[in-house]
Design a protein around this ligand. Sequence first.
Ligand code: ARG
Length: 460
Amino acid sequence: MKIRDGRLKKPLSKSFEHLNSSIGFDIRLAKYDIAGSIAYAKALKRVGIITDKEMKSIINGLETIQLEIENGKFVPNPENEDIHMNIEMRLLELVGTVALKLHTGRSRNEQIVLDERLYLIDALKNIKSNLKNLLKSLYLKAKDSRKIIMPSYTHLQQAQLISASHLLLAYYRAIYRDHQRLLDIEKRLNEMPLGSGAVAGSSIGIDREFLLKELGFISLTKNSIDAVSNRDFIIEFEFILTSIFLTLSRISEDFIIYSTQEFGFIILPDELTTTSSLMPQKKNPDSLELIRGKSTKIIGNLFSIITLLKALPYSYNRDLQEDKPGLFESIDWVLVCIDVMREIIDGFSFNDSRIKEVIKGSKDYIFATDIADYLVQRGMPFREAHQIVGKIVSFSESNKKRLSEIKIEEYKKFSPLFDKDIYKVFDPVKSVNNHDVYGGTAINRIDEILNEIEEELKNI
Ligand code: ARG
């Protein structure tokens, strides 16, 4: 049976059939489509469109199809266009003409939105759980790395000393925000669209509250036109996936830089690196590069869905079929890449001795702000202190001396405020602990945040 036969005299052209078919990608919605149809069959019985016996027969048939899908026995037919028609046609084969009653008062326009919402509610749970694992790994690594002191960077130039935990906890914060964003969209995903019909609402008085409860939604969509045209829940979802990927990609970039011979701050786990087919010495950070590379797809998919909606007339248009491939691709990769990043965080180690060497190699310039702070503590206006330290740095450069090697007499020439205790400034731990403010890098402040995170992780 072909639904087009009533209205259209000729079969689909082969090339259009290829374009028209979405079963290649919407097959993954099968489980949700079946759940929606089972609930709908019950609702049809409640309004007297089908008998109890017919309902049971439909539900049995749908459950059989579900099993066939799980056992890989369900063979979709591309001629049946999409997942909805494929299931309906299989149901017809299994239970006979009673299957033809299932679609009463229902449209695929609402069915697809229902399937997508149910699918995303599930996907969201998986992403949240992967994110939580990544957050835990970042937390544990940060807890382990409190005492490792490394340079921080602005403009990729050495800036000030920080505890290595501070950087890991910066990554933590970004990922945590995305986790929170997912919680926030959950309520908007949880709006039940069935009963919207094709556009104007159901004409058979279907009990929407009943469907809501059967399917476990939180609220009902409030406008049938909006219900079948709205895809902003997909935009929001893909935005969050993009945001996650932006962070993963930035961490990747950091780690790629830190693992170079030139930096050598971190050692990547062997199992997440590759070697070159030509150069035997190589240990390449391919896992990180691929995460950075994959992020382009995810960003592209977000742009696709946004562009798809721009200028799309209300309400449903077939263009909307194209909302799925990119969404599915982004979800698949986000799950994989969060996991790979978690393994990287678990498996990498800081090369503390190399970091110390680099700090030494900085000719103590990394303490320049600490020297300015020293003068400020003794009453000098910061701008003046900044200038004086600038002069000291250039003096050190032309005299090829580290800042800690400059004699006290020389220091005093720059400012009488300098005293012998200036040399205490060149202490990495002290420098870090100077930033003793909530959210700063002082070790006690990191501990404060680690304690908060311990609680935070219990509640997500
Ligand atoms: N495969 C379609 C989609 O993904 C389902 C809805 C089809 N509706 C329609 N009126 N042709 O959007």
